[in-house]
Each structure stands twice: as structure tokens, then as C-alpha cells.
Ligand binder design. Sequence first.
Ligand code: BGC
Length: 721
Amino acid sequence: MVNRITELLRKMSIAEKIAQLSQLSADYFQEDGVTLTGPTGKQQVTSEELHSVGSVLGISGAERARKIQKNYLQHSRLKIPLLFMADVVHGYKTIFPIPLGLASSFDSELVEETAKIAAKESASAGLHAIFAPMVDLVRDPRWGRVMESNGEDPFLNGSLATASIKGFQGCVTDRFDENHVAACVKHFAAYGAAEGGREYNTVDMSEWQFRDQYLEGYQRAIETGARLVMTSFNTLFGVPATANEHLMRTILRKELKFDGILISDWNAIGELKEHGVASSQTDAAVKALKAGVDMDMMSFAYFELAQKLEKEGQVPQEIIKLLDESVYRVLKLKEELGLFEDPFRGMDLLKEEENVLTEDNLKIAQKAAEESTVLLENKDNLLPLKPDTKITLCGPLVRERDLLGSWSWKGNTTKNETIADALQNKFKGVTVFDEDLAEGTLDLNVLKQKTADSEVVIVALGLKSYQSGEATSMTKPRLPKKQLNFLKALNETGKKIVTIIITGRPLVLTEVSKFSDALLLPWFPGSRGAEAIANIITGEVNPSGKLPMSFPRDIGQIPLYYNSLRTGRPLTGSDNLDKENKYLSKYIDEENSHLYCFGYGLSYADFKVKKVQLVDKQIAKNGELNLKVEVANESHIDGQTVIQCYTHQCVAETAQPDRELKMFKKIMLKANEAKVIDICIPVTRLAYTHQDLTKKVDCGNYVLYVGFAADTKRKISFEII
Ligand code: BGC
């Protein structure tokens, strides 16, 4: 391997090296694969540059990819195959729930399975690498990209990051197999903490907080072998990530030992000028190279640097060294993907047809949607509904086909069932009340008439696909007023109401929860989302989803997350004392607590933790906490739930959260079944970031909380010795 790469490096001119480090979008390639060098309306690129460029983003489909590769290889001097990349965020054509939805499954194996399918579909369509997973920790529902995240908890985020990498890449040692693709972890770093939840905004946090909470997702993805990392758009520790030497050289390369490709986000190198840390494109290019950014996605700054160096006629040794390092990494990935042996890897139309959007894949999409749906309310056990229930179905999303959510560019919304289709297939007595929602002036008598014959009203509310994803920051993460008024009016009819909320972000549901008897949250559930919703409503599937983010009572509480640090003046837990004492950390117009907490989600079954036992209450620093949790399903229905274990360190060197998730386990219990579940937590998981910024475990007293949500009260003490 090394020989081929060294040989190529020796032959490459500076311009060819720089082109190898540049990534162009699909706009530069025609349908027949021929490159576009003329005026494209985009930045112009010369024919030489185009025929020595290293990779292309946003192209898919075996046939098109093959044509482009063929044409490119015919024209390129060194015939180094192109690398094709694209955003496959929650499925290629088979669309799974949005990542935040998948995170609600608390099921790493399921997440791995969905990533494996996405990889196989992508690889069959000619892709070599994908821009996923996004592991930015997010605690702010105002940020539109929260939908792409695993939510607010470092351990859950890290566990699902690992699962995704395994699924995308398979067990790659030095060669990828044909069914897997290279994964690109994004966005390094801390993009999810944009101030005010405003897209592309500054991130400013202490390095302590960054290391203690935000780093884990990236770190675990890298430890699992992710081949690429993408820089984030934001500033961190005062320097934009794409030019941040401390972040990239010290933390990413040296400490996390990442030796794969670091690619910029779209035009992030060019944007260094806007940030005010570079005077020109070429200055930006040098700063990015120095920070260790190997590949330039669509800023053309690396191309401009090549032109400048050519004009100057001499290239500083430092730049040559940086270029060689970066080109080496790009060629190494191409080698690992087997592109030198077969530049047309995976580009086979028949195989694509065989592997993409298969019934088996769709079945997993449905399972994933079922397991990602969170039941938030179920007053008087309204759900599940009997098959002969008379139902009025209404709301603006009842006939919505786009249940896929943002970042599903290859998904086909016309093929999806709507919620109305799926429920009409299950229940005979369904009438769909389709009228537009008048501006909060709904006539109660009309509504009463419309719903007169039904026992239950099912209303589908929420946001549209385009209201989450990149560049969709929102100051008011809640239902549109019109929809809330509609729900209020429905409530006044006195009928039982099942509300379905389609959304890509947590919303303030305080009023919605009051006006609903049952409240179901399928997020954007993907290709088979409607079927999954219907199965949960009939009870064929017992819901098991748990929230990966806290839901606030009010917008003013944001950011609100379960594992925030304690304060010196916390609430006491006694209503009277807390009311009497003004000088506590609280609001004067709202409670501190969430509406729905992290880890929360109901089931039709009744699960109880009967007993928690620690095998040993004194555990060595290099040991593990072994617990036996007796869990019972005290109901007549089978179901799944998630045992969640949180710890709290009583006295530490830095401030500590009230509790933090250290392990979770999804289990299945039959009706009336009780089981003892063994759970093992390595003590290394109790490590936290000390004042000197190193992460380690302290001896001392701890509390372990065990239950089915982050606010569980069941606790047990232990000591690390
Ligand atoms: C996004 C990335 C994405 C890239 C390529 C950018 O705008 O921030 O997450 O991978 O575009 O589509």
C-alpha cells in the first residue's frame, strides 16, 4: 500500500496534490459524466484542476457515478480514481427515523442495523464515503440541526456514535468490503452549542465543559475507527474550528490520535475571511492546512493557493510537508476502499436495484420507527384503541406524505403512506375531517357536528420537514398558534383526543399535553412511519421510545438538560421551603423542571423496578460496578423498556451534575414476567474532567440511580476505593 502511495506522491505536481485535496459538488459534472469547465454559474475551475480533483460530493446512482469516474479517468494524468461522497444521514432511499428519533430507541444494535442498511444502499449506488454520523451534542431545540443529533447526553451520544460507525464501515481492518462505506464524523467541534440556537453562530464554552461533555461523541466515533472527520462552521475557544490548531492538532490529532482525513465543511475555509481570521482565500487556505485540514469542500481556497504558489515559482518546505501528509491520507483511504484495483467499486446498476429500497430494508425502517416513537401521555389508558373504535381523523399532517424529515434527499415521499392511509387500513370506522384550520375561529358547533359520531378524535399536528435541519433555527420551538387553537377547540368538544406530533425538534408541549388524552411523538419517522404509528395506536406494537432530550415547560428555560451542574442554591424539593426562600436558583414565573424529562417514555405495559442490588458496594478504581436489577412487567401485555443507570459523585474536584447516565439496557418482558437483569458499568465510566483538564476517576462516595427515566428516585450508595 505504502509503495503505491509513495510512488504517486513522488509523481504528483503541487497543483495535482492540491487538486487531490479539493472536493467539488455534483454541479461540475454533466449527466453523461463529462466535466463542466465552462461558465457554470459557479466558481470556474480549469480543465486541469477538474481532471485532477480528488473527490466529488452529492453524486449518487451507480450509472451516473460510473460515467463520471470513466470520463475522469480518461482525462486525468495520474488516473487516481475519484472518491464519491454524499450526505446519507438517516438512510439512502430507505429512510429511517431522523437521528434524534432513532436515539429515542435507546437501542445501539438497531442504530447499527440502520447504518448497515444505509451503507449497503449507498455503496450499491456508487458512494464511497458518507457525511455521517453527526455527533454534535445538542441541548437547545432552537437549533434546527438538533434533528440530526443523538440529543443531550454524552454517553447516549457516544454509544450511538459507535453503533453508527460500526454499521457504516463494517469490521474494516485494512480494506473495506463492497457493502460498506467510510464514515465522516461531524462537525468537529461543538457545533450543536451555537449561541442562542442560531445557525452558524459562535460557540463559546470552557475547555473544561468541552472535554467533559461535548468531546465524547467524537472521541468514541474515532476510537471505533471513523475514517473522516468534518470541521464545524463555528468558532470555539475564540478561533473558527477550521483554522483552530489547538482543536485540530492538539486535541484531534494528538490526543484522540485521529489519523484519517479531516475535511472542511462546505466553504468553511473560505468563511475564515468572514470570521476575520484570514485576509484572503490563500491566507485562509494556509491557515486551514496548518490546522491540519486535509480536504477543502467547495471553498476553492486550496485551488487558489495552488495558483498563487505556481505564480511565485517556489513552495515553502512547510507547505510541501503539509500537502504530502494530507495527500497521503486521501490516497490511503482510496487504497483502503480498493479504488485503485476497481475504480468502479459498487457501480453496478443491477446490484443497485437489488439492494436499494428492498422490502427487508423497509421492514427495518418500520421497526426503527416503531421503536423510536415516544408515548408521552396516555390518560386512563386510552391507547391502544380497539379495532372497532369510531374515529375522527383530523389535523394538517394527517394527509402529509413527507414524514421523512430533512436530509433525506434520496427518499421518495410520494411512495409513503400517510397517517390517514395507515389508520384507514387498520380501523373500519374512520372519517377524515380534512378542513383547513381556520385562524383560531373554529366554530365549536361545527366541530361538534364533525366529531359527533366518533368515540375518539385522532389529530396529527406538528411541523413540516423543511422546518428542521440545516439553517432552520427557531426562536419559538412550539406548535403554530393555529394548530394549538384547533386542538383547544377539539378539546372543548369533550371527545377523547389522541394527538400525534410530527417534529424534528423538541417542542414546548405544555398546553398540548393538557388538551390531549394520549400524546404520541413519532418525530419524523421515515419511509414506514405511518404504518408504525398505526401499529402503535392499535396496540400491535407496544411503544418503547424514550426521550433523548428534555422537553421544557417554557421556551425561557432553554437550554434545559437533565445533567446540568448543581448550583450553590438548589431547590430543596419541598414546595413550601422553595416558595419561602427567594434566594434559590429558580424562576419567579415558571418551575425549574422539565415537562418531560430525558429518558422518559410510557408503555402500555406496567414496568416496575422491584430491587436493585450491587454485588459489591466497595469497588476498586480499575473494577466494575456489577448490579442485579429485578424488573417486573405487571401487566397483561408484552413490552420493551430501557433500564437506565445514572451516577452522582458526592464530592469532587469540579462541580458535578445531579446525575449522569452511565449505562442503559433495552429489555423485553412478557406479560406478568419478572427478570433479574445483570448490568455491568466499568468504573472508568465515572471519570470526569479535573481542573487540569485530564479525565480520571476519583476515590470516594457515589450514588447510583436506577430506573426508567432520568428523574428516577431509586438509589443506592457505593464507594470507589
Ligand atoms: C453541512 C454538512 C454537510 C455538507 C455537505 C454542509 O452545509 O453543514 O453537514 O455534510 O453541507 O452537504
